[in-house]
Design a protein around this ligand. Structure first.
Ligand SMILES: [Mn+2]
Length: 277
């Protein structure tokens, strides 16, 4: 039995299947932690979702910005854009099943895994964890977003989640702005300040840092008061590198012509499949 953390799939179904062959994935015993952006931009969002749904008992998936955008389009609150590639999914007979499933996926996941006789704790989100969040805050904000997405406030949240502002909790004028900020922390963050002030405009490499900002993982993270190993995706330009042994960047840009990566947690071994389609 092994546990693999997999980066942004983004509809790269063929590469996902090859990667699972490479790791000799066995649905009877292995577990997958998938950091989100499972669909969109790539060629086979429908096939990817069909497959992941079929093995959902083996998967822990956290929501990414593309998954949330798909929900917004499926719910009719946002127009599909030219760069979106999930039209076949929107026309599929099982659309309602997939929408219900994605809507209930969490914003964070914690796994405790026994490695060489010792328990090790992993925490995964799509984009990362802002430096000022404690574990208690992260869990509260994550649950709050999930409950909102599942409840009567769902449409309002999907309508209002777009935008780069407010960039800090002290600038939120309403409840919905606070929820938007937290969605941005969980699913879009790259650069921020030590107090969590976000810069969502820059998308560059970690060494092309905007003034006063750092990659979120380069600050002292309150969440690491607990001995977590952090897993995240979203930031393909990092090419899998954070420079920290306890913070693993899983998005290695498959959809952009690079590769899809799986990290085996038991021995930190990296497996990958180059882009083929
Ligand atoms: Mn993303």
């Amino acid at each position: 039995m092994a546990t693999y953390a997999i980066g942004d799939i983004q509809g790269c179904y063929d590469e996902l299947k090859i990667l699972l062959d490479i790791i000799k994935f066995q649905s009877e015993q292995d577990k997958l932690l998938i950091c989100g952006d499972i669909i969109n931009r790539g060629p086979k969002s429908l096939e990817t979702l069909e497959f992941l749904y079929s093995i959902k008992k083996n998967c822990h998936i956290t929501l990414g910005n593309h998954d949330l955008h798909f929900l917004a389009v499926a719910e009719g609150v946002k127009e599909i854009s030219d760069s979106d590639t999930f039209q076949a999914l929107l026309e599929d007979k099982n659309l309602d099943i997939y929408v219900s499933w994605i809507r209930e996926l969490p914003f964070h996941h914690i796994s405790n895994i026994k490695i060489e006789g010792k328990m090790k704790s992993y925490i995964m989100t799509h984009a990362g964890i802002p430096p000022h969040w404690t574990r208690e805050e992260l869990e509260r904000y994550s649950l709050e977003l999930t409950e909102t997405l599942k409840g009567p406030g769902s449409i309002g949240l999907l309508e209002n989640m777009y935008g780069n502002e407010p960039n800090h909790s002290t600038k939120c004028d309403s409840e919905i702005e606070r929820l938007r900020l937290n969605i941005n922390y969980f699913t879009r963050m790259r650069f921020c300040q030590n107090d969590g002030t976000l810069d969502l405009v820059s998308k560059g490499k970690a060494n092309e840092t905007p003034p006063q900002m750092k990659p979120w993982f380069d600050w002292n993270l309150k969440i690491l008061e607990h001995p977590f190993h952090i897993l995240f995706g979203h930031w393909a330009a990092l090419e899998g590198k954070t420079g920290k042994s306890n913070i693993s960047a899983l998005d290695t840009g498959c959809v952009w012509g690079k590769k899809l990566t799986a990290l085996r947690l038991e021995d930190n071994r990296i497996f990958s499949c180059n882009k083929i389609n």
